[in-house]
Design a protein around this ligand. Sequence first.
Ligand code: SAM
Ligand code: SF4
Ligand code: SF4
Length: 326
Amino acid sequence: MNSELKDQHGRVKRKLRLSLTDRCQFRCQYCMPETPKWLPRDSILRQEEIVRIATLAVTQLRITHIRLTGGEPLLRKDVVEITAELAKLKSQGLEKLSMTSNAARLDDFAVPLKAAGLDDINISLDAIDADLFQTLTKAPLQPVLNGIAAAKKVGLPVKVNAVLMKGQNQDQILPMLEWAAAEGVELRFIEFMPLDSGHQWDESLVVTETEILNAVSEKYDIKVLPKGHEPATRYQLESGQTFGIIPTISHAFCGSCDRIRITAKGTVFACLFSQTGTELLPLLRENADDEALAKAIRGDIWNKHRGYIDHPGYVERPVTMHAMGG
Ligand code: SAM
Ligand code: SF4
Ligand code: SF4
């Protein structure tokens, strides 16, 4: 049956975040444990399984946007082939194919990804100070800057996401805004969510939307822009520069949530904060037909709770951010 994918609260799902791997060469404190245990390779979705799920999502469940994520999607050897295969779905209802990446390998991948049909890319960058970046991620800043330059050069639209944590990088708010203006890229600040593997999250570490606006307004006049479909609230400075804030903690936007997530091992999660998911891998490897796969996805999504408001704060979850894909 070809029909919209809906949850019990009437929210229609249009966006799929598809994780290509749980592996990553960065160790961002808010995401990755210091000594991560990677999924065994044979439990990761194969290229043909990813293509099958994406095709079903577009043709049967009316998903219109797919975002490839991870872990770090550019660590996957067949990332360009996967991108090219999924881009073919644009003739069947897919409107946009995007990626979220740490950009460390983007210098090598920008040209082939653009040629394969990638429409745009979100890049994580939590500090523009090189030493602080290294402290936060355990990785050097320069390859990321090279990756951003490569994406811009090839005409791949770039947005930059920065997760802010008190006592770590909130002093980067103004320097990052100024860097984004000079680069001509849109910056979005993300509130730190209780999904870090190290269980350090505490509400007092969240730099809230209000605090971000206070920091920016010390130097600039800010105008709020009308709310669109994106989770970010967008703002404009007098210069015309725009930026966004994703306020998952202080102003959860769950009432309009149109996303679903599928992890690298093929588990469907209706929400970032879901306590359980539905495994598709056994179905895929037992040659289940499309109807059975679609039914499994629809069942999981239908039972979706309201969102963060139902599970605020730190609770044990079966999956952390590097496994979920953000
Ligand atoms: N490795 C890629 C990257 O960093 O862009 C893609 C995967 S990463 C898990 C996706 C997004 O999740 C990134 O923008 C990252 O900043 C965000 N993220 C990870 N852990 C987070 C947390 N605890 N709170 C808020 N955002 C988080
Ligand atoms: Fe890797 Fe992205 Fe997680 Fe950082 S946020 S550790 S880059 S998966
Ligand atoms: Fe959607 Fe869950 Fe995020 Fe709310 S917390 S916006 S329901 S994914």
